[in-house]
Write a protein that binds this ligand. Structure first.
Ligand code: PEP
Length: 249
């Protein structure tokens, strides 16, 4: 049985005052419900972990460098992330693949660093609008999955977020049939590579313009174990109904 997971990616949003949203979230969600993770900007990891510590909410970073230390100005390492108290790290988000030219191989090395510190990686993969138009969506997903997810992935150390790039922050959402096709495809790839037990234990999240208004229907799709949510995770008033929809699914 895979535990459902609602993950919020705050991206480069949120000042110290945004931590009030985390406090509201902690007070209002059902602690026996789905797992909830918030990934704030790096500057907020320490205070976010302090708020989340007595609650069921987990905190994640949005990126980590493959090395544990060194002359890498502006970067943070998995070892540093552990010290904040965070337990998850996003890897390979499309915005980083685009704006920081992160390749599959770079993401692969980041995940190895995440695992070295016993953290859980949330690997993001997804096709561009051009890929979909050219009919190469499944090829893109297969390439990203095999290139960026290292051997040794388990239900404990890895979560996969399927995030079509054209759906992120646009309000465009794939049809339920398209989501189902991709999640079934990713599940089959995981089972083929990691075997029945681990391949079926790794959670698959859908990400891309999930809102309170569309969450419930997305969560009816088999092999959708939760969501990675950007914009609608910034305010508790939007994220709470998404979490509730996942608990009810
Ligand atoms: C994301 O950034 O991972 C994301 C899914 O964003 P949004 O929900 O805003 O589309």
């Amino acid at each position: 049985m895979r535990r459902k997971l609602a993950a919020g990616n705050w991206k480069m949003h949120g000042s110290v005052s945004a931590l009030a949203e985390l406090t509201t979230l902690a007070a209002q969600i059902d602690p026996r419900g789905c797992e909830t993770v918030i990934c704030p900007p790096a500057t907020l990891l320490f205070p976010a972990c302090n708020i989340a510590k007595p609650t069921e909410i987990a905190i994640g970073a949005q990126y980590c460098h493959p090395q544990s230390q060194g002359p890498f100005t502006g970067d943070i390492s998995a070892r540093m992330i552990v010290e904040t108290g965070a337990s998850y790290v996003l890897a390979g988000h499309s915005e980083r693949r685009e704006s920081h030219a992160e390749t599959d191989s770079a993401v692969h090395n980041q995940i190895l660093a995440v695992w070295k510190e016993n953290l859980t990686a949330i690997l993001c993969i997804g096709e561009s609008g051009e890929d979909r138009g050219a009919g190469i969506t499944l090829d893109t997903i297969a390439t990203q999955l095999s290139g960026s997810l290292p051997d040794g992935a388990t239900g404990e150390n890895a979560v996969i977020a399927y995030e079509p790039v054209w759906a992120i922050g646009t309000g465009d959402v794939p049809t339920l049939t398209q989501i189902s096709e991709l999640h079934d495809f990713i599940r089959a790839q995981l089972v083929r590579r990691f075997g029945d037990t681990q391949g079926n234990a790794i959670r698959l999240l859908y990400g891309g313009s999930v809102k309170p208004s569309n969450a419930a229907e997305i969560f009816t799709v088999e092999n959708v174990d939760g969501a990675l949510v950007g914009g609608a995770s910034l305010q508790a008033v939007d994220f709470i109904p998404i979490i509730q929809a996942l608990n009810d699914a």
